[in-house]
Design a protein around this ligand. Structure first.
Ligand SMILES: NC(=O)c1ccc[n+]([C@@H]2O[C@H](COP(=O)([O-])OP(=O)(O)OC[C@H]3O[C@@H](n4cnc5c(N)ncnc54)[C@H](O)[C@@H]3O)[C@@H](O)[C@H]2O)c1
Length: 451
């Protein structure tokens, strides 16, 4: 057994220390949960307790759930059945300021609040799991990533791209790193989901008294209440609001997060040096259904420069052979190398050697012993890292922040209609001054990203 912690040891440090050691520890006297709680559990707050929030109940129930936050008070009754000891809040800002014993939060709210909550939580030294997408503007992505990088090694982060835990992700990475398609030249990801909307719903009555619509809007510009935003089933209600510019990033933030992750895991890209895009006519209310964007990425230490492309809503990359029908893969990715193609969906993959020299002699498969380790349980990977932040998470705010920044830059290129040259270090479009205004957006008075 380890000695009791010194009174000066912070609660978070204490949890880490306890996790690293074996057995139970005596908590400092006076700690709210100390008497009943094994010391290696984290105090967790869940923000957004219904919908996607439900998918986190099992994993967070392994820890102490001390706080629940939702703008819809009707959602608390069921959540409290599962987490009876938790305190409830309707405003996440109040929760973060008043719930002093928090170690970690899980964010399952609407997309336009993700970067806000994540950034405020990092400012308070909390570990953060944020549902995808991490951000809906380039500036939000950069802000949250920079904040986390300044605390890397002390705080654990993860973006909810849980498909990443499928072994297929790393098998693809191995195939590319080990040369199965020669030298990597280009990569393409696509998704065919279509959610056309004409514009924001018209105002329709007042919200129920138990629904804090103003807090749901949060930093977004005001739009009148409509029940249409909330008519979806649990876990899919995001499809009722994520097409609107003020609340989401369309398919880029939705399936695009998952599918670009499949591609991203195998290319080791950071920020692009250029972005170009085209799609349907620009609608100031609604993000495009049909759109394709293309990015140039510089060489890294194992490959030359590559292009990365994203296609959504039905536009598709050209298949390598007419007999390969990429349309049959609704959300997929393809990598092009000097000697062939690799084509995949989330759970399977195929290689197509291509050209007269494609004899596979250049492919040096690794031994079983050197295959990349499994991610395991995706949420648990984050909890393990919260307890020992020297551990890596698969989709931390650097990896995921870079990925979504690229995708959101594509939306800016689509909006401006020109190829953009991008200085990723500074976060500035260098050739089209007008484009820079779209890297960020105006927030409602009283809301700040950096609170
Ligand atoms: N990882 C995945 O596979 C996956 C799947 C579905 C949804 N999601 C993501 O999860 C998030 C939520 O999606 P959803 O379909 O559950 O949406 P939703 O509209 O059903 O919202 C979920 C819950 O959050 C609450 N909420 C919304 N804004 C809030 C705020 N500002 N403060 C407190 N509570 C708030 C809602 O009242 C609701 O109870 C989205 O960002 C979506 O992209 C991820």
């Amino acid at each position: 057994m380890q000695p009791p912690p010194s009174p000066t040891l912070s609660r978070r440090r204490f949890v880490s220390t306890a996790a690293a050691g074996a057995g139970f520890l005596i908590l400092p006297s006076g700690h709210r949960l100390g008497a009943q709680t094994p010391s290696n559990k984290l105090n967790v707050g869940l923000i957004g307790v219904w919908g996607r929030g439900l998918a986190h109940y099992d994993s967070i129930s392994e820890e102490n759930v001390v706080a629940l936050c939702d703008v819809n008070e009707e959602r608390f009754a069921d959540a409290l059945k599962r987490f009876p000891g938790a305190k409830t809040y309707v405003d996440w800002r109040v929760m973060l300021d008043q719930q002093k014993d928090l170690d970690a939060i899980v964010i399952c709210t609407a997309d336009h609040t993700h970067a806000f909550i994540a950034n405020w939580a990092l400012n308070r030294d909390l570990h953060v799991y944020c549902e995808k997408p991490l951000a809906i503007t380039v500036n939000e992505a950069r802000t949250v990533r920079a904040n986390w990088l300044s605390k890397k090694g002390k705080l654990a982060t993860q973006v909810g791209m849980q498909r990443h835990a499928h072994p297929n992700f790393n098998r693809i990475r191995e195939l590319i790193l080990d040369g199965s398609i020669g030298e990597l030249k280009a990569a393409y990801a696509w998704g065919n989901r279509q959610i056309p909307r004409p514009g924001y719903p018209i105002g329709d009555g007042a919200p129920p008294e138990t629904f804090h619509y103003d807090l749901w809007l949060g930093p977004a510009p005001y739009h009148p209440y409509s029940p249409a935003y909330f008519a979806g089933r649990a876990g899919a209600n995001c499809l009722e609001w994520n097409m609107f510019w003020d609340f989401g990033a369309g398919q880029i933030g939705d399936m695009g997060s998952h599918t670009m992750d499949l591609l991203w895991n195998a290319v080791d890209a950071k920020l692009p040096t250029s972005a170009s895009a085209k799609g349907e006519e620009f609608n100031p209310d609604v993000t495009p259904v049909l759109c394709e964007s293309h990015f140039e990425h510089p060489a890294n230490d194992w490959r030359g420069p590559i292009t990365v492309s994203w296609y959504q809503g039905g536009v598709m990359p050209r298949p390598p052979k007419p007999f390969i029908d990429l349309d049959k893969i609704s959300h997929g990715a393809m990598w092009k190398g000097s000697e062939g193609f690799l084509i995949a969906d989330f759970t399977s993959r195929m290689i197509l050697p291509f050209g007269d020299n494609a004899d596979l002699t250049y492919y040096k498969p690794r031994t079983k012993e050197t295959t990349l380790p499994e991610v395991g349980h995706f949420q648990k990977q984050w909890f393990d890292a919260c307890k020992d932040p020297s551990k890596k998470t698969a989709c931390d705010f650097e990896y995921s922040g870079n990925m979504i920044e690229q995708m959101l830059l594509g939306l800016v290129a689509y909006r401006v209609g020109q190829k953009l040259e991008y200085d990723g270090e500074k976060g500035v479009v260098t050739n089209v001054a007008d484009a820079n205004q779209y890297l960020t957006k105006e927030y409602r008075e009283g809301w700040t990203l950096d609170g």
